[in-house]
Design a protein around this ligand. Structure first.
Ligand SMILES: Cc1cc2nc3c(=O)[nH]c(=O)nc-3n(C[C@H](O)[C@H](O)[C@H](O)COP(=O)(O)OP(=O)(O)OC[C@H]3O[C@@H](n4cnc5c(N)ncnc54)[C@H](O)[C@@H]3O)c2cc1C
Length: 292
């Protein structure tokens, strides 16, 4: 398969990239190319201009601060996965990234590119929702911040304007007394998941859950927060009965229709099981962190 003809520019600043995008409506940003090149090769996309942002120095680098991890837009997924500083600040990221595609794909693919691509089955949008992360965005009118809860609108569709780009993804550090877990079920290792669940739970000194954040990929037209399941967990000691009730609430959040990979009923079964397992692991990790 070969892509259609396109013009190609390599801006060296975010301002140049934004100007190039504003000047050609039929343009697209190229980051790691791991999703975009397939759409070109299959002739699903046929843009007049590719704006390759990989040479923009301001889009490189990770900062791990006291409160959050800043991952600039051209940071590759593998760099984040291997970073001990990131792992120390929020171990959920490595656990999620190890389930994204294969190492060769993560060597090229970026965190921001996956989030901008907004595949409903992708793991990183679900991670952004559970962590309550944000994206920094720049367009011709200036900069703005979009919260994860306002970002994902539909499969492959975000609230970014056509002439805006993500400059960084910001993820809060793991809060004290908080446990984490991500689990998914895919037909083959490295495939997009049929369903995946991300869980973060915070416990007080008596082992009661003061905050639960659950999200899912693969079960709806976007990654989704499982707020009804979170409500079941809040205030409890995360005993097995409570977790089972939360899992039942989570399975009701499945809206994906039957497709060639799985029926709705099967996805509901997966969500139930994965929710029970992720919450139990997150609870146990929270207890371990509290004891340490
Ligand atoms: C074989 C294979 C298996 C895969 N399996 C999985 C999987 O299991 N789970 C998963 O989540 N992903 C999977 N992927 C996709 C992979 O994670 C991609 O790397 C990711 O989706 C896109 O990141 P990228 O940097 O390559 O973006 P690109 O492909 O360069 O861009 C993707 C889209 O995002 C836009 N974009 C990129 N950067 C920005 C930005 N900074 N601001 C605004 N828009 C931007 C582009 O214009 C384009 O529309 C797989 C890919 C392959 C090839």
């Amino acid at each position: 398969m070969k892509p259609p003809l396109f013009d190609y520019v390599t801006p060296e600043s975010v301002e140049e990239a934004v100007a190039a995008r504003a000047a050609e409506e039929d343009s697209v940003l190229l980051a790691g190319g791991q999703s975009l090149l397939a759409t070109l090769n299959f002739r699903i996309a046929n843009p007049a201009l590719l704006i390759d942002i990989s040479r923009i120095a301001a889009l490189k680098g990770i900062d791990v601060g006291a409160g959050e991890i800043i991952i600039r837009a051209m940071v590759r997924q593998r760099e984040v996965e291997l970073s001990d500083a990131v792992h120390g600040a929020n171990p959920l990221l490595r656990e999620v990234l190890q389930k994204v595609a294969h190492t060769v794909v993560r060597n090229r693919g970026t965190i921001a590119g996956s989030i901008a691509h907004a595949d409903a089955a992708a793991e990183l949008p679900a991670m952004l929702l559970a962590t309550e992360g944000v994206v920094d965005v720049q367009g011709p009118g200036g900069t703005r911040v979009i919260e994860a809860s306002d970002l994902f609108k539909f499969h492959l569709t975000t609230s970014l304007a056509g002439d805006e780009m993500i400059t960084a993804v910001r993820i809060p550090n793991l809060a004290p007394n908080t446990g984490w877990s991500f689990k998914e079920f895919a037909r083959r290792r490295g495939d997009y998941a049929l369903a995946g669940i991300c869980a973060l739970v915070t416990l007080d000194d008596n082992g009661r859950c003061t905050k639960a954040r659950l999200s899912a990929c693969g079960i709806a037209s976007t990654a989704v927060r499982l707020e009804s399941a979170e409500a079941e967990l809040a205030g409890s000691t995360l005993d097995e009965n409570t977790i089972a009730r939360a899992a039942k609430a989570a399975r009701d959040c499945v809206t994906a229709a039957d497709d060639s990979q799985a029926s709705t009923a099967y996805r509901r079964h997966l969500v139930d099981t994965l929710t029970q397992r992720t919450v139990a692991v997150a609870r146990d990790r929270a207890l371990e962190r509290r004891a340490a």
